[in-house]
Design a protein. Sequence first.
Length: 234
Amino acid sequence: MGNRFVHSACLMVWLAAIAGGGAAESTPGAATPDADAGRDASSSLRPVRLRCEYLANPLGIAVREPRLSWALESEQNGQFQTAYRILAASSEQRLAAGHGDLWDSGVVSSAETLCVPYAGSKLASRQRCYWRVQVWDKDGTPAGTSEIAWFEMGLLEPGDWQARWITGGRSDASPRLRRACVPDCSEARLMEPPGAFQERGGFSGAADHDVRGRCQRGRPRSLAGGRRGGRRGT
């Protein structure tokens, strides 16, 4: 009985020693998930839904300094942007290689995500500009980078607007676009308010005119009354 008790006690001590050693050995590794979580937290903040003048990949932008916007997504609560960097390039290949030949904003310490004005090289009419944005998280750590978006400029100079009439092979303007127009105004009326015309001939009140200039003097029931102090007109 005594030997069995001693054996059990020794076994318990041995198991406790193994457990303690295992815990001591796992202590360095215990910090690894926290470090990974930190990296995941920083990379989980990413810019999405890039917009230029509130539009996705728009054509015909008419302002020389279009405004750029984006939204943020993160799987971590309380995450926010502390800085951003915008790259703009003349081709998608250059931008994918990290070369912003049109604009590199540098790291801008700002939480702004709306209506950031383009401040790069002057853009020409019909020129397409490819851009993307990288953000920094609440700890100041570089976070996610957006997908590539683009916008295309419209016609910026008066001389860019050139056109010709669409015709059926004739040298003059389309015959369907008439220079003269004779509308049918038989039912049109120009109504004059009461008192606009001087009383005469026993009539007073309103007169209505058609657009051909003929005056049809009458006494609309809602506008005109009878002759003042005399015979009522008929």
